[in-house]
Design a protein around this ligand. Structure first.
Ligand SMILES: [Zn+2]
Length: 256
């Protein structure tokens, strides 16, 4: 049994989504942690979750985009307050690492940090896990904020970072999740060797497309079985044991 710990289910086209949902049972996929991108995406995720209880919703605002007006953000936060009983986590939130790399002008980070802090305060207030998009040097900034607000239930999805921040995250008990790129990215393989399996989950970040053996394929939760095989090899434990640990970690972290 597996759980996809991070998927943008609302971003698939209808036909692909129906195909994924109708094959969950045969692929032994128990749950999908469906993250949201913005207000519109939150509403779509909510609709999907109401129709299928295997889909567990996380609401937030993805950092790799322009920040909307205060007014729109206030609307998002007050809507999220109404959802606290049925939302499983805050997410996807974080810092715009790739937008910063791509932008011609220096990107103003302060508004993104302030917004992230507001999400962290929300997670702390409502005792929700938080799903973070924070890689490389951004991860240290996010650790500062999490520590400041005493938030320990943090899931750094598709994480990449330097040894110092990896060590800090392990010490703080934060979780990471591994995507199918573990099959071909040496950097991720090294991370898997180093990070405790007790703090690890698996995800697709679908519909994000993958390379290597997955080139040209629609990203689906069943790809996680290949990731599990690779993690087992890197950790030198059996595939069955790896699958069980990763499944139980996810159940425990998301209180499923
Ligand atoms: Zn994502």
């Amino acid at each position: 049994m597996i759980i996809d710990a991070h998927i943008h289910l609302d971003q698939y086209d209808e036909k692909e989504r129906v195909k994924i949902l109708s094959s969950l049972e045969e692929n032994h996929v128990e749950n999908l942690i469906a993250v949201s991108f913005d207000m519109e995406s939150c509403l779509k995720t909510q609709t999907l979750c109401l129709a299928d209880s295997r889909i567990k919703p996380a609401y937030g605002f993805h950092p790799e985009q322009d920040i909307p007006s205060f007014d729109l953000l206030d609307k998002l936060f007050s809507w999220m307050e109404q959802q606290v009983t049925n939302m499983i986590a805050v997410g996807e939130v974080g810092l715009p690492y790739y937008k910063k790399l791509e932008s011609k002008e220096p990107l103003q980070y302060k508004p993104y940090i302030d917004l992230l802090e507001r999400f962290i305060e929300f997670a702390s207030k409502w005792k929700k896990p938080i799903i973070l998009h924070a890689v490389y040097e951004d991860a240290a900034t996010v650790c500062d904020l999490l520590e400041k607000h005493g938030v320990s239930s943090a899931h750094f999805h598709w994480f990449k970072g330097d040894p110092a921040v990896v060590e800090r995250m392990i010490q703080n008990g934060y979780f990471i999740s591994i995507t199918p790129d573990v099959l071909y990215e040496e950097e991720i393989q090294e991370l898997v060797k180093k990070y405790p399996i007790e703090r690890m989950m698996v995800e697709t970040d679908g519909p994000w497309p993958f390379e290597g053996q997955f080139t040209g394929l629609v990203t689906e939760p069943k790809m996680i079985y290949y990731s599990i095989e690779k993690i087992a090899e890197l950790k030198n434990i059996t595939t069955e044991e790896t699958e069980r640990i990763l499944y139980e970690n996810t159940k425990m972290f998301y209180r499923l």
